[in-house]
Design a protein around this ligand. Structure first.
Ligand code: PRP
Ligand code: URA
Length: 216
């Protein structure tokens, strides 16, 4: 993992990660493989994001009769998905953190203007006391993410307790979000070159939600 600017964490590039991204970026990849390989990347991202949560010391005895000075998570975390595409990341989050409370924020980009619109939010009641794993696979202009962060803040969540987990972003999105919310953590696997005229990430992978849910 490379921490670029403060609070921006990029998965360490290696041939294995590149092979996983090659599968999901390839337009010939069928839906079941798209789901399988994107979930493998999501697992890496979620495991890293958990390393940003606070821990307390815990010493255990090993079966070999030794003591091991370790740590345990303090708790107080929840997840929030940006519907629809963010729902694709829920399974992995629940596999890694069984019983985690899971909120939803429905934000959709206008197909013509790429402006985000907020339709609905349902969040855990005590969210202001929790760290929030905010999940959405694509961050392009950053408009949807800013709207999701604004929604969390209105519910009392502090910026530095938000950890955004994302598969692909680009400089335009990162710069916009980092300027407005420098304390929010961004964990991503790829920072692509740019956006095209329709505000799609280039090279990107197309529409993540359509490919994952089979609506393309
Ligand atoms: C996608 C994606 C993000 C947003 C990113 O969702 O999942 O939420 O676009 O774009 P932005 O950074 O320019 O705001 P979209 O609104 O296309 O809906 P979907 O989840 O149904 O695919
Ligand atoms: N949403 C996507 O699914 N892909 C993009 O490239 C941009 C927004």
């Amino acid at each position: 993992m490379k921490t670029m600017r403060k609070n921006i964490h990029l998965l360490k590039d290696n041939t294995q990660l590149k092979a996983l991204y090659t599968m999901i970026r390839d337009k010939e990849t069928k839906r079941d493989d798209f789901v399988f390989f994107s979930e493998r990347i999501i697992r890496l991202l979620v495991e890293y994001a958990l390393s940003l949560l606070p821990v307390v010391p815990k010493t255990v005895k090993t079966p070999a009769g030794a003591t091991y000075k370790g740590v345990v998570f303090k708790g107080g975390v929840c997840a929030v998905s940006v519907v629809r595409a963010g729902e694709a990341m829920e399974k992995v989050v629940r596999d890694v953190c069984p019983n985690i409370r899971l909120g939803k924020i429905l934000i959709q980009r206008d197909e013509h203007t790429a402006e985000p619109k907020l339709f609905y939010a349902k969040l855990p009641q005590d969210i202001s006391k929790r760290y929030v794993l905010l999940i959405d696979p694509m961050m392009a202009t950053g408009g949807s993410l800013c709207m999701a962060i604004d929604t969390l803040k209105k519910h009392g969540v502090k910026d530095d307790k938000i950890i955004f987990i994302n598969l692909i972003t680009c400089p335009q999105g990162i710069n916009k979000v980092a300027k407005r919310f420098p304390k929010v953590h961004i964990v991503t696997g790829a920072i692509d070159k740019t956006l095209n005229s329709k505000a799609f990430i280039m090279p990107g992978l197309g529409d993540f939600g359509d490919r994952y849910f089979g609506t393309n």
